[in-house]
Design a protein. Structure first.
Length: 81
């Protein structure tokens, strides 16, 4: 299972797309739509997330080689729908 992550000043955000959305749009389109405009994101396997959530607010993500960037619009592109 895949997750979308991005870094904010408050910490790492982990997005969990629904299976229905994944089937309709794909994870890349969901990431571009749901990640805030201009923020870099990565698509990772759930096994890459720490199991211990005790210090979740201290998590950091290395975004030097992102998988993409959040789009201006929070709607899916017309060609995807």
């Amino acid at each position: 299972m895949k997750r979308i992550i991005y870094q904010t000043p408050e910490g790492v955000v982990v997005l969990t797309p629904s299976q229905e959305a994944l089937d309709l749009y794909g994870i890349e389109a969901i990431a571009r739509k749901d990640v805030p405009h201009g923020l870099a994101f990565k698509i990772i396997d759930t096994t890459a997330l720490p199991q211990d959530r005790t210090f979740r607010n201290a998590w950091e993500a290395d975004m030097t080689n992102p998988d993409g960037v959040g789009a201006e619009s929070n709607e899916f592109p017309k060609e995807v729908v």
